[in-house]
Design a protein around this ligand. Structure first.
Ligand code: FES
Length: 87
């Protein structure tokens, strides 16, 4: 599991091994719009403030991933440590 921190509110949400970032947020009453839930459509894009994502989508380009300012919440996870997202 790993943690995400919401910016600027500061809330911490733990994402369990069997759930996605979107599902963990939903459990806390924070709803992110999704469509495919498979990392291909781009609907669930989350803005990353800090942290290293483990990109598992097929939507972002290599340039997007290199920039490190967003990730797809339906499939991608943390590569280690906490992800701080603007939400
Ligand atoms: Fe389609 Fe996440 S809902 S990429």
């Amino acid at each position: 599991s790993f943690e995400i921190e919401l910016v600027p509110g500061g809330e911490i949400v733990t994402v369990g091994p069997e759930e996605s970032v979107v599902e963990a947020l939903e459990r806390e009453g924070i709803f992110v719009l999704t469509s495919c839930a498979e990392g291909v459509c781009g609907t669930c894009l989350l803005e990353l403030v800090e942290g290293e994502p483990d990109h598992r989508d097929h939507y972002l380009s290599d340039a997007d991933k290199a920039r490190g300012d967003c990730f797809m919440g339906c499939v991608s996870r943390a590569a280690g440590g906490r992800l701080r997202i603007k939400l």
